[in-house]
Design a protein around this ligand. Structure first.
Ligand code: ZN
Length: 292
């Protein structure tokens, strides 16, 4: 590339000095040549310019001689067809194309430089971020827990609440589906993925229990909705067992659904519904309208 640049530079210089010759000829004898022997002065100036042209021509020849023959035709891909374009306004495409090639080259160069700079500069923040993410990701296998571990957790929760009966089935292979019966108040179906709660449906006692249909009763549809909020609230990838335990404790607190009054208004019914909300921490009952 370097000799080519030198050659192009030499051509530029040659063109410049040839231009000077012609401009000198065009101007002819000027006032600054004075009165005395102005023809001789003019001729000597021209002679000087011509000899510099000869000198520069020699430079060009030298530079061209040092160039090596390109190994073959340049592969320009489809762009070579642009030279066959005969519509005037489209001929400008080629120079635009060359410009964009230059831009891409520059971007390439700059990005290489910045990669080198950035790799020296060990951006601490993002590195710690990515490492904590990695550390967190390791126990995030809450969805990939062996079935016997799930069974152990569930049966310990089942023993914890005598009035809540939990039975485990696995209709979809490895993942457990819990059928929960809470005294004679409600029943629920909880779909797990490993130890992660994926879906909850709450229905009335005696309703057919499945994952896809909702309860006939507004009160249980409301509790289903709230249990989705609870499922998300308690969800913890790092402590999946605690998440399930907390959720089941929260669900268990509905055993007083039809007996406990609202913590705020003190009434049993509001808009013809019992307190369908349970506080995540205190498990206190509230009506939907009273929880805020
Ligand atoms: Zn209330």
């Amino acid at each position: 590339m370097e000799p080519l640049h030198t050659a192009l530079g030499a051509i530029k210089v040659l063109r410049c000095s040839v231009g000077q010759v012609f401009s000198c000829l065009a101007n002819g004898v000027r006032a600054d040549h004075g009165e005395e022997g102005r023809d001789a002065k003019f001729l000597s100036e021209l002679d000087e310019l011509l000899s510099s042209v000869t000198q520069h021509l020699r430079d060009v020849e030298q530079a061209v001689n040092s160039l090596s023959q390109p190994p073959g035709p340049f592969t320009l891909g489809n762009t070579s067809f642009l030279s066959q374009e005969c519509t005037q306004e489209r001929q400008a495409l080629y120079s635009q194309l060359v410009l964009s090639y230059k831009w891409t080259d520059k971007i390439h160069e700059f990005s290489n430089l910045s990669v080198a700079l950035l790799s020296q500069n060990s951006l601490k923040r993002s590195y710690t971020n990515s490492s904590t993410a990695k550390r967190r990701r390791a126990p995030t296998s809450s969805h990939n827990v062996p079935p016997q571990n799930v069974d152990t957790v569930i049966s310990s929760i089942d023993r914890q609440f005598p009035d809540m009966n939990i039975s485990v089935s696995r209709p979809f292979g490895a993942n457990a589906v819990l059928q929960v019966t809470l005294s004679r108040v409600l029943q629920a179906v909880v779909a797990l993925k490993g130890l992660m709660i994926e879906w909850v449906v709450v229905k009335g006692y005696g309703e057919t229990l499945d994952l896809w249909s909702e309860s006939r009763h507004k009160v249980f549809r409301k509790i289903t909705e709230n249990s989705h909020a609870a499922m998300l609230h308690f969800s913890s990838p790092t402590m999946p067992e605690l998440a399930v335990r907390s959720f089941m404790t929260w669900l268990h607190s509905f055993n007083t659904l039809f007996s406990d009054p609202c913590k705020r208004c003190g009434n049993h019914l509001h808009s013809a519904l019992p307190p369908t909300w349970r506080d995540f921490r205190s498990l206190e009952p509230f009506h939907e309208e009273c929880k805020h």
